[in-house]
Write a protein that binds this ligand. Structure first.
Ligand code: RB5
Length: 145
């Protein structure tokens, strides 16, 4: 079973906590990099913690939650080897795994409901990368760092 590392800012921590509980009940091993309260924090800090955990192999993938998911995705994509996608529906989550081999999912807690978030997370975690012609494209991304 996959290990997932979670991170959030103050706008996303409640949804993050809910998703950790759901993922644990599904049998996933979950790491929590915070934040753990509504006190205002800076999303790039938590994106960096999650990305580092994915990069060093302590987690298979990461899930980041902020207000829109956008700040987290911009921050996460600055990290070498990270392919982060902000998704607001399960179809996008499925295809970012199939075609982009995304290793970080970003969610906007102020944009989507908690039920939608759970379906997006399940689609992301249950879909494997297709490989094939998409492999070369993934490798091209690293050349822009
Ligand atoms: C915090 O107010 C908000 O800016 C943040 O959660 C996120 O939406 C940034 O992209």
């Amino acid at each position: 079973m996959k290990t997932i590392v979670f991170g959030a800012d103050h706008a996303g921590y409640l949804l993050k906590d809910q998703l950790i509980e759901t993922c644990r009940s599904l049998g996933y091993s979950c790491l929590d990099e915070g934040t753990n309260s509504g006190e205002s924090v800076d999303y790039p800090v938590f994106a960096a913690r999650v990305c580092e955990t994915v990069r060093n192999g302590k987690a298979d993938c990461g899930i980041l939650v902020c207000g829109t998911g956008i700040g987290m995705s911009i921050a996460a994509n600055r990290h070498l080897g990270i392919r982060a996608a902000v998704c607001s529906d399960p179809v996008a989550a499925k295809y970012t795994r199939l075609h982009n081999d995304a290793n970080v999912l970003c969610l906007g807690a102020r944009m989507i409901g908690s039920l939608a978030a759970e379906e997006i997370v399940r689609a992301f975690l249950e879909t494997e990368f297709m490989g094939g012609k998409h492999q070369k494209r993934i490798e091209m991304l690293e050349t822009f760092h």
